[in-house]
Write a protein that binds this ligand. Sequence first.
Ligand code: SF4
Length: 706
Amino acid sequence: GSQAMDRSVDSVCPFCGVGCLVTWQVRGEKIVGVQGRDGPANEGRLCVKGRFGFDYIHHPDRLTAPLVRKPGVPKRMPEPGADWRDTFREASWDEALALAAGGLLQLRSAHGPKALAGFGSAKGSNEEAYLFQKLVRIGFGSNNVDHCTRLCHASSVAALLEGVGSGAVSNPVRDVEFSDLIFVIGSNPTSNHPVAATWMKNAAQRGAKIVLADPRITDLGAHAWRTLQFRADSDVALLNALLHAVIDEGLVNEAFVRERVEGFDELRAHLAAFSPEAMAPICGIAAPLLREVARAFASAKNAMILWGMGVSQHVHGTDNVRCLIALAAITGQIGRPGTGLHPLRGQNNVQGASDAGLIPMMLPNYQRVDDPGALAWFENFWGQPLDGEPGYTVVEILHKALAPDADPHKIRGMYIMGENPAMSDPDLNHARHALGSLSHLVVQDIFLTETAWLADVVLPASSWMEKTGTASNTDRMVQLGRPAVAPPGDARADLWILQQMAAGMGLDWHYPGDESGVAAVYEEMRLAMHGAIAGITWDRLLCEGSVTYPCLSLEDPGQPIVFRERFPTASGRVRLVPAGLVPGDEQPDADYPLVLITGRQLEHWHTGSMTRRSEVLDAIEPVATASMNAAEMARLGLVAGGRARIASRRGSVELMLRRDDGTPDGTVFLPFAYREAAANLLTNSALDPFGKIPEFKYCAVRVAKA
Ligand code: SF4
């Protein structure tokens, strides 16, 4: 490289929502090492991904020039070892941008604004998320904009907005330090939020009781006071039984309910039918154990609830979270240190991307597009007319791509920045067919992902380590990422690409300053956020590096704990919503007798495009595996290390078996990071009606020796 000098760059880990601060050691144009920095979420700690997962940015597969699809090449997944040159040719930025924006413009004028849609990404910065949704809303002219929050915590956010008036966490993870009881449900934090898991384990060491409730007992189970290995799909039965027991045993926090809760009487009446004794056969947990846990939770000085995708990715995901809100509310376990509700966010910026408005029904800061006042405010702020009809969500958009030609809402063109729906969406055969049948697809990414293989134009983008930008972690901390190296070849900063696309679609944007005007974009977003981050100016971020919102003024240190006095609902109180038992969409039967649960593993991140190109992480976990317990394998005549074929009604994969006795009988667990055995070929695209999140955590499969 030109600059041979070694240097250190302070930034944020690119992976999970814990938001660990890091320092990268750089030699020339290469990152050669990373150290944990003393950040508020990590105090120097890092997991294996943060510590070793940085070298993907130097992988020879990086896109270094814009690509344009050769005429007549069919849009389908590449054969193993396929050469991209048979499908694409390199192009100049001028040509690629003209084709990318021109194709979208053409579809808009032929079919109207609703023919277009965009997926942004929670892997990008707040500034990119903000600008992307602005481009779709103004440049495309519709609200068809979404991102992977739809696959992650959309149901949690729906329930939280309804119940407590805010979709974010009430207390930071580090608050487990002040908890006497830590209720973890539907989450495997050791793999998915590893540094957060270390804080939980530290709390257990000083005497806090961990309750782990999950169909799959993972590493944290060894640190738990009680484990509730409930039957997959029976979450609401389990949680309603706990709520029933709290009321039945006289452990309701009467003063809290009187002053700060609404809907308690309706909830109590609804819960009459859900005694622990009645629910025990459904959820598979003995009634005395349910009662013991309910008592411990309600009578703890401080009890905190943390949950993950095991709760949210169900057709009853919103109902699951309604129950969790009720549990915190009727026991008064919210609004103080060591209490509250914490949906553990998956990606480094899924909180921020949602806050910035990268969702179809809401403008920045959760202002509803169908609220005329909110819409008028943004029309004035952006100086452009806006559409007041909520757009389609991720899975709906792909369904609409396959709608008949006569459908006025058929999606015909898409712009996808940093997402990989051809791996991450449910029912991949359907999703890939939908992406492949678009008339025009523009993909902006750092690798030729499975989705990019289906594109008409591919725009080579920047990795997290190659740009300035902010990300908001699971604790609501806005944290500053800084560039360590320049993007390779002709790859460009995403903010620059976004502004070129906007210009190509006829928008006259001007964000002055260095590096694509990131500071100017941030400052515009800060104003668009209706006060939530009013006190977090760009200058303050440069200086402090991490500030928690809500932060109302420059003097406000930030508010890690919210709901101390009131809830930001219309009445100022928590609104309780009773939940009934809604079974999973596809139940096991004679043909497909087992249940499939998908998820992640420690070393691999989401669709694997980054971590599988990281030498150390790939060396630790090089091949796709399916986990089953020893007894279940024996029943099916399978052996650990052998190969199995797993099939659902939608597809099948073949992969190696591994023994995991924490996986319950009748169940198989698959990580979704492996393109050669893509778990989402099997999953069901049935949606939760409120959050529109697909049911990744429950579908019927059969497993046989391959
Ligand atoms: Fe990165 Fe998350 Fe690991 Fe921290 S816990 S180092 S943010 S992947």
